[in-house]
Design a protein around this ligand. Structure first.
Ligand SMILES: C[S@@+](CC[C@H](N)C(=O)[O-])C[C@H]1O[C@@H](n2cnc3c(N)ncnc32)[C@H](O)[C@@H]1O
Length: 434
């Protein structure tokens, strides 16, 4: 059986590139031990939401995980992992098996259930409510609908679940099927398998993403740009912190993803967000002053926004657990180019004195520290400000960044001791007044 000490790399060159950069690959392949919800303080209180989750966990587990709040970010609710005794080992002979792909496997290790679309293989004869062993196929070779045991030395044991949909429901008739096919009971990560409990009251969101919007520090009645906004998780957080008063313009290049922002605006009943499908690398209006300032839609006049969040498209190499890396070196090299273009647009759109937060969910230096060093050289009107509140660790050494500058940045990575969360990077710049 495959013993996953590091992700399975489809491209050896990427593996070499990442291991040369001192990245702890074993860390990348394990799930974070904290699950976090961002409570919508416009709808409920963290205490009330904590009690709801507590009851649910007590119902499900004899020894439920710890639930706690953070004093400096009151909207955060953290859920710990289950005691080791409640995590599982495969009992291969006893149970039939279900196979999922590496992405689904990663989601299961973070507490998800298996949806019908996620099942690649289920052995013949598996009955409703049977207990099954769940494995992730790291090679991408398991065919949808497989009905025999999938023999591979690169399948990773994930945990055990209970069957809610049988083969005939999953693989016959019109596709794709909806609904939960296997309810996970326990996994090797110890993260409680409670699915995604997101609602208008609270959103399942990684801790660094919550910190990122706190670093932006949006204020009531400001005009804010969220440049790469879909599905709108940070946009809605910005609106909540502004008490839904002011204007947030949310852009995303992809129409289907912009609709996800619109769905969230409706679900949360927010009035302050305007979403547009627009390429943010072309967001600056070259025909200056062509519109009245009340008409804020892309492309924008320079110096329109008080604050800008650039949660940039990236390689997502911080999205733990990564069970299989499919990225190629060409793909990895393409991100810094677009990240630099987006920063240049953001600088033009920011008012003097305004702030720009740059973030990625990647752990590579080329998408993080090197981008900051480049921005400070290329745009002399930018200076770094401390990315507070700091919950991560300081940035990694990089040519062009002083020790002091590194400590103003925030990196969530294998060397972050206090919070075992996903990999992430946050930089805060201020545009100097003229
Ligand atoms: C990291 S995700 C953003 C996540 C989002 N901020 C959140 O917290 O929900 C990056 C997004 O950038 C979008 N994107 C990529 N290139 C873009 C561009 N040139 N202009 C605008 N959006 C872009 C992608 O479609 C993707 O939705």
């Amino acid at each position: 059986m495959f013993n996953s000490k590091s992700p399975f790399f489809h491209c050896p060159l990427v593996e070499l590139q990442l291991s040369k950069r001192n990245l702890d690959l074993a860390w990348l392949s394990t799930a974070p031990s904290i699950t976090t919800y961002r409570v919508n303080l416009l709808q409920t209180t963290t205490e009330r939401y904590k009690n709801d989750i507590k009851s649910l966990l007590e119902e499900r587990y004899e020894n439920p995980p710890k639930i706690y709040t953070l004093s400096n970010i009151p909207e955060v609710l953290c859920i710990g992992t289950l005691p080791i005794s409640q995590t599982v080992n495969p009992s291969v002979e006893e149970h039939r098996e279900v196979i999922v792909d590496s992405c689904c496997g990663a989601a299961l290790l973070r507490g998800a259930h298996i949806y019908a679309v996620g099942v690649l293989a289920m052995e013949s004869g598996t009955k409703l409510h049977d207990m099954v062993n769940v494995y992730a196929d790291l090679t991408g070779k398991c065919k949808k609908g497989t009905n025999v045991r999938f023999e591979s030395n690169k399948k990773m044991y994930i945990g055990q679940g209970r069957v809610l949909m049988q083969r005939y429901q999953l693989f016959t008739g019109p596709q794709p099927k909806a609904g939960v096919a296997v309810e996970m009971l326990n996994t090797i990560s110890g993260v409680p398998s409670i699915g995604d409990l997101s609602s208008f009251k609270a959103l399942l969101q990684n801790l660094p993403s919550i910190v990122c919007v706190r670093v932006l520090n949006p204020q009531k009645n400001e005009t804010i740009l969220d440049m790469c906004a879909a599905p709108g998780n940070k946009t809605t957080h910005i609106a909540e912190l502004m008490q839904d008063e002011g204007l947030i313009v949310a852009l995303d290049k992809t129409f289907n993803r912009t609709t996800l922002i619109e769905e969230k605006i409706k679900k949360y009943k927010l009035n302050s967000i305007n979403a547009f499908t627009y390429d943010a690398t072309k967001a600056v209006d070259i025909k200056l002053n062509s519109r009245s300032s009340n008409d804020i839609k892309p492309p924008f006049k320079p110096e329109t926004f008080d604050r800008i969040l650039l949660d940039a498209p990236c390689s997502a190499l911080g999205n733990r657990p990564i069970l299989a890396v499919k990225a190629t070196t060409k793909m990895l090299d393409s991100y810094p180019r677009i990240q630099r273009k987006l920063i240049t647009n953001a600088v033009a759109l920011l008012k003097p004195g305004g702030c720009l937060v740059y973030s990625t969910c990647s752990v590579t230096i080329s998408e993080n520290e090197e981008i900051v060093a480049w921005a400070l050289t290329k745009h002399l009107e930018l200076e770094l400000e401390e990315a507070i509140p700091i919950l991560g660790s300081k940035a990694w050494p990089c040519q062009g960044l002083s020790e002091r500058q590194r400590s103003m940045l925030q990196r969530f990575c294998c060397d972050t001791k206090q919070y075992d969360t996903v990999g992430f990077f946050i930089a805060k710049f201020v545009k100097k007044r003229k």
